[in-house]
Design a protein around this ligand. Structure first.
Ligand SMILES: *[C@@H]1O[C@H](CO)[C@@H](O)[C@H](O)[C@H]1NC(C)=O
Ligand SMILES: *[C@@H]1O[C@H](CO)[C@@H](O)[C@H](O)[C@H]1NC(C)=O
Ligand SMILES: *[C@@H]1O[C@H](CO)[C@@H](O)[C@H](O)[C@H]1NC(C)=O
Ligand SMILES: *[C@@H]1O[C@H](CO)[C@@H](O)[C@H](O)[C@H]1NC(C)=O
Ligand SMILES: *[C@@H]1O[C@H](CO)[C@@H](O)[C@H](O)[C@H]1NC(C)=O
Ligand SMILES: *[C@@H]1O[C@H](CO)[C@@H](O)[C@H](O)[C@H]1NC(C)=O
Length: 808
């Protein structure tokens, strides 16, 4: 019995023992031997057993030769793989093997004996013996006995960079295809031709760079393209340095833990760290906003945030999913191409949506929404437009879509008119806008003017304006076509060629020209104005912007647009200065100061001057509103901003400053800052209604009444400031009532007209002026005329007296 027991035991041992023996840790592979896929435990291990190399299952009966983290021990397939030899060509799960041939070539042989992968290190000369070894760094090396390395896995990375592994010009990292598919994916971390380390989406149909932000130049992205060594490395402590100056320390810098830098299949690059007994955690990542990674959602679909999934994709309105299991294929239209069939189309706006790139040519500057839509309709392959900050981007492809509350602007999708109602707009939830219709925030700034004790009230209305209307906007400029007008019209409208001398001034130059800003000639919204004599002896007015916290580029963009506005009734800008925190604007000097000053002085302005001023400033404003490709709203029309030259010709000043004056506490959008001056402000400001060019018309109407009556809407005579809304109401309603009473025009006009005119005026023309003014100050903005109509009405009236003025 016992003997039999012992014999059985022996038999058992002899059956069991060989396994531990054959699976004993293998540290090297010698020439002539191989690792077989048939023996799952047949692996190569690093000396510290942190890494293992062997066959790794990637699908059903499909294997790749791989390296993975093996400490703490993991069970396949739950290990963290850091490298693969043949990820795009897995081998059979039977009879495949990795062999180190006698000639020194390392080859991966599939079941059918084909060589799937090789290191091409074979030599016929049978030099020194080679062996394959997995180093503690995770580097699989083929070396000879003198430790000369002829091949290393570090030189052919897949999606992961390990500490001390060089990322070079020849070794991009390419993501996996998906969580469970280890094939080469679409995302690539590589050194571009300009020596910059970038992230690229390289899909089946399109490629685009998304990191660093493609619209940044290398300098702004904190990189340099001057170092062409193109090498980056992560040290074991979490210090990453790249030759393009990209440097970062991981959030757990210094700790002795396992690390890896991986281009994940979602397109982000992350550094993961893991200390003993823990899961991997992210200690650095390139993009925190996953929806800004390109290619995520495929064509015609938009990336959006999902509370659980992190992000998800939705089809654009009018489109449906191409492949229910693969978002990268995006969505397909539910309608036929507009090029194939002539269908009537319509635009549907989806706010907070954006599709990056793939516009028709470059974008079109200073377009109205209508012009932009027209542009799109004229192209049969145009799918919609993006309309942002008065720029028009017709979209021929809808790619890299994003849909999130943080996205500025929106997309106007072009869809067949017939089925319009059936195309649902997706919705996103976002916090209600800050300003309900009846709430008006009134941060007030009182600027005390020292010379006169009058208080200048500067009211800043803040209103977040939401909405789909082409609402508008404080400051939008247009580039001018002023010089290419027909002559006759040009004469009437007062166009003239722009100044040639627009230039940049240095701060020192201006300091000298203004004698250290000693002569202050005005103080207004946003800054003080000083008289200056330029080096070419021109007399100028230099405005120092006090609140301009704007970046230099942004400032220059604004300035150059203002500088491009040329009209004889708009103040000329000669130049600017942007140095450090200094922001100054240089204007032509206006001899007779502002209309406000003139109205407060006893004599100067006779009737004909007043009428000229009315017509001239209307022209200037009409030009801003309508002659440009888009509105430039002035938003602060008042006698202080109408300046008079030596001939008492009016020039509108201070337009277009709003955007340069970044008010504290207000985000930069430029759309939410509203300003104006009490007494001249249209009701829209107060009721937080959409702001259109009609706000300027209203203010202009008040100025007209002031010109006629000599009374300021801010109380009493012009220039005695400090009144309020009621005062301007009183002014308008008293004029309106007198006009209505049916008493003869001569009589009521006599009652309202400025006594300083001493009866010298043309009753009929005053009558027209008053009628126009009252129309301009209608509460209902739609009842107000446009500035162009105002100019016409005024000219028609003067017409009858001075025919040539129009015809010439
Ligand atoms: C991985 O994706 C590629 C490309 O789509 C495909 O050819 C391959 O079959 C996939 N592999 C697995 C294991 O699903
Ligand atoms: C791999 O991990 C998953 C999820 O954590 C688990 O359900 C599975 O059992 C693991 N497989 C092995 C072989 O350990
Ligand atoms: C990385 O590059 C440095 C400098 O070129 C070199 O000395 C080092 O051996 C490289 N490391 C590896 C693992 O190739
Ligand atoms: C990170 O590495 C770079 C290059 O090796 C080195 O100059 C720098 O001092 C390191 N930074 C830290 C915090 O160790
Ligand atoms: C270029 O980058 C490498 C690696 O970061 C660095 O060693 C080298 O000093 C740099 N060269 C110059 C000129 O800055
Ligand atoms: C409108 O929708 C219907 C049903 O969804 C579809 O059959 C028809 O082709 C669509 N028409 C156009 C112009 O897309």
């Amino acid at each position: 019995m016992n003997a039999m027991k012992n014999a059985l035991l022996l038999l058992c041992f002899s059956l069991v023992l060989p396994f531990p023996l054959t699976t004993s840790v293998r540290l090297t592979l010698r020439e002539g031997s191989s690792l077989s896929v048939d023996k799952p435990d047949d692996t190569l291990t690093s000396e510290d057993s942190a890494f293992a190399a062997g066959f790794y299952p990637v699908g059903e009966n499909a294997y790749c030769f791989a390296i993975w983290f093996s400490k703490p021990s993991c069970s396949i397939p739950n290990c963290t793989v850091v490298w693969m030899a043949n990820r795009d060509q897995p081998v059979n799960g039977r009879s495949s093997k990795l062999s180190l041939r006698k000639n020194g070539d390392l080859v991966l042989i599939d079941a059918d004996r084909t060589v799937v992968w090789a290191t091409s290190t074979g030599s016929s000369s049978g030099s020194s013996m080679k062996l394959l070894q997995l180093l503690d760094t995770g580097n699989l090396v083929l070396r000879d006995e003198q430790h000369v390395i002829s091949w290393q896995s570090f030189d052919t990375p897949t999606n992961t960079l390990l500490p001390l592994q060089n990322l070079t010009r020849n070794t991009p990292l390419v993501s996996h295809r998906s969580k469970n598919n280890f094939s080469s994916g679409y995302y690539r971390l590589y050194f571009d031709n300009d020596n910059l380390l970038r992230l690229l989406f390289s899909g089946p149909k399109i490629t685009s760079i998304y990191w660093p932000n493609p619209w940044l130049n290398s300098w702004d992205a904190g990189r340099t393209s001057w170092n062409d060594s193109r090498v980056a490395i992560l040290d074991p402590y979490g210090n990453f340095t790249s030759s393009d100056d990209l440097k970062f320390l991981t959030s757990d810098y210094g700790a002795k833990v396992q690390r890896r830098l991986t281009v994940d299949y979602d397109g982000d690059v992350r550094v993961y760290s893991r200390s003993e007994g823990e899961e991997w955690s992210v200690s650095w990542q390139a993009k925190s906003d996953l929806c800004t990674i390109h290619g995520t959602c495929g064509p015609n679909s938009m990336c959006t945030y999902h509370p659980r999934e992190g992000r998800s994709c939705i089809c654009a309105p009018g489109y449906e999913r191409e492949n229910p299991s693969d978002w990268t294929q995006g969505c397909k239209p539910k309608f036929n191409s507009f090029c194939d069939s002539k269908v009537e189309t319509e635009f549907v706006e989806l706010p907070h949506a954006d599709f990056y790139g793939y516009d028709k040519g470059v974008f079109f500057k200073m377009f109205t929404l209508e012009m932009c839509k027209k542009l799109c309709l004229d192209l049969c392959n145009c799918l919609g437009i993006q309309y942002k900050n008065w720029n028009c981007y017709p979209k021929l492809l809808l790619l890299n879509g994003q849909y999130s509350p943080g996205v500025e602007g929106g997309i106007h999708f072009r869809l067949p008119k017939s089925n319009l109602s059936s195309y649902k707009l997706p919705r996103i939830e976002y916090a209600a806008l800050q300003c309900p219709a009846n709430e008006v925030l009134l941060p007030r700034t009182y600027v005390k003017r020292q010379e006169s004790s009058a208080i200048k009230i500067l009211l800043i209305f803040v209103g977040a304006i939401a909405g789909t209307e082409a609402i508008v906007v404080l400051t939008v400029w247009c580039f001018l076509h002023g010089t290419s007008r027909e002559k006759g019209r040009a004469h009437i409208d007062g166009y003239h060629a722009g100044p040639t001398g627009f230039r940049r001034f240095t701060y020192d130059e201006l300091k000298k020209a203004t004698r250290n800003f000693s002569e202050e000639i005005g103080k207004g919204s946003g800054g003080t104005v000083h008289k200056a004599v330029l080096s070419d002896s021109r007399v100028a007015a230099v405005k120092r912007l006090l609140e301009a916290n704007q970046g230099e580029n942004e400032f220059l963009a604004e300035v150059s647009t203002i500088g491009n506005l040329n009209h004889m009734n708009l103040i000329d800008m000669w130049g600017y200065c942007a140095e450090g925190k200094h922001r100054l604007l240089i204007y032509e000097f206006m001899e007779h100061g502002s209309l406000a000053e003139n109205l407060s002085s006893p004599t100067e302005l006779d009737w004909s001057k007043r009428f000229e001023i009315a017509v001239g400033s209307a022209r200037g404003l009409a030009y801003l509103h309508e002659e440009c490709l888009e509105w430039v709203l002035h938003c602060d029309v008042k006698p202080h901003n109408i300046l008079l030259d030596s001939m008492y010709q009016p020039k509108v000043a201070d337009f277009g400053l709003s955007k340069m004056l970044k008010r504290e506490g207000l985000k930069d959008s430029g759309f939410s800052r509203i300003r104006g001056t009490r007494g001249y402000m249209a009701p829209e400001w107060i009721y937080n209604m959409p702001i259109t060019s009609k706000v300027d018309v209203y203010s202009y109407g008040i100025v007209l009444l002031e010109l006629v009556t000599g009374r300021s809407p801010t109380g009493g005579l012009a220039n005695t400031e400090g009144g309020d809304e009621n005062e301007s109401k009183r002014l308008t309603s008293s004029v309106r009532e007198r006009k209505r009473t049916g008493i003869p025009m001569e009589t009521w006009i006599k009652e309202i007209v400025d006594p300083r005119l001493t009866g010298e005026y043309d009753t009929r023309m005053v009558g027209v002026l008053v009628a126009v003014a009252l129309q301009c100050v209608e509460e209902d903005r739609d009842a107000r005329p446009t500035m162009r109509q105002v100019v016409e009405m005024l000219l028609r009236c003067s017409d009858e007296d001075e025919d040539e003025m129009i015809l010439a």
